[in-house]
Design a protein around this ligand. Structure first.
Ligand code: ATP
Ligand code: MG
Length: 243
């Protein structure tokens, strides 16, 4: 039992939940270590949404609304942490949802699909094909999903797949707590925030932004500048950590 007054209560509960998801075969063991890297960056960020991330989340909502074929690519970590928020964002943005896994087995795809569907997500199905120029199984995707998407949202992405999607001419929106990862650097738009904070807010922005705001946001962003602002915000917090 984790005591509710433990100062790290939420974090410990999430870890317990993820460990259970790993035992059930939804999360890979490697996914647990990826979560640890994310937690470390979130500690530096202060476990809150930075100003730069808020702007990135608004901009991401605008890009999803304007997309012709938006797709949310879901892996084990995202499904385990945020299945309900994926359902909300799907409803608000009309995006398709496709399961894409680094450690891919048909059984894991089935389990993650079932978890998402239990939370009300409509999951694309079909015969995945090797449509990305990558040697590992993240190359596998659906021709009617990620294969033909113009905008792809990739929470917790791997750097080389992000690059491959960008090279195919797609607009790639990444959610990654590490502003220095290859994913963060290569995505078209990077949200430096925790996935469970980012997704619900993006859903709300999809509903609330006006047509004018959407146009301004979608045409006026500069990802390098957003990343620079994120790093500046982290640095300034560290500068004052011992004040
Ligand atoms: P890259 O391949 O892009 O250089 P990486 O190899 O450092 O990244 P991966 O293991 O490929 O990282 O993916 C995990 C990434 O997801 C890490 O950068 C980590 O910070 C981030 N991450 C983990 N958990 C979360 C979370 N809950 N919310 C947001 N980001 C997260
Ligand atoms: Mg990686």
């Amino acid at each position: 039992m984790i005591p509710q007054d433990h100062p790290r209560y939420r974090s410990l509960m999430v870890r317990e939940h993820l460990a259970r998801c790993a035992a059930e075969g939804i999360l890979s063991l490697e996914g647990l270590t990826a979560h640890g890297r994310g937690e470390a960056f979130d500690y530096l960020i202060g476990e809150r949404t930075m100003e730069s991330a808020l702007l990135a989340e608004k901009t991401a909502a605008a890009l999803l609304i304007l997309a012709r074929r938006p797709v949310i690519s879901v892996n084990g970590n995202t499904a385990a942490l945020a299945a309900g928020s994926i359902a909300l964002l799907q409803n608000a943005s009309n995006a398709a949802v496709e399961v894409n896994l680094f450690h891919r087995t048909e059984e894991r795809v089935r389990k993650i699909t079932a978890l998402l569907e239990d939370h009300g997500v409509q999951v694309l199905k079909g015969e995945a094909e090797r449509l990305l120029p990558l040697t590992h199984d993240r190359a596998l995707c659906l021709p009617g999903g990620i294969g033909s998407a113009d905008v792809v949202l990739v929470p917790l992405e791997d750097g080389d797949r992000c690059q491959a999607l960008v090279n195919m001419g797609k607009t790639v929106i990444a959610i990654d707590l590490n502003p220095l990862s290859r994913t963060a650097m290569t995505a078209t738009l990077t949200i430096v925030d925790e996935v469970t904070r980012a997704l619900p807010r993006m859903g709300r922005f999809c509903r609330d932004l006006t047509k004018e705001e959407i146009q301004v946001l979608a045409t006026g962003y500069d990802n390098r500048e957003l990343l620079r602002s994120a790093i500046r915000e982290i640095r300034s917090r560290l500068d004052h950590a011992l004040d």
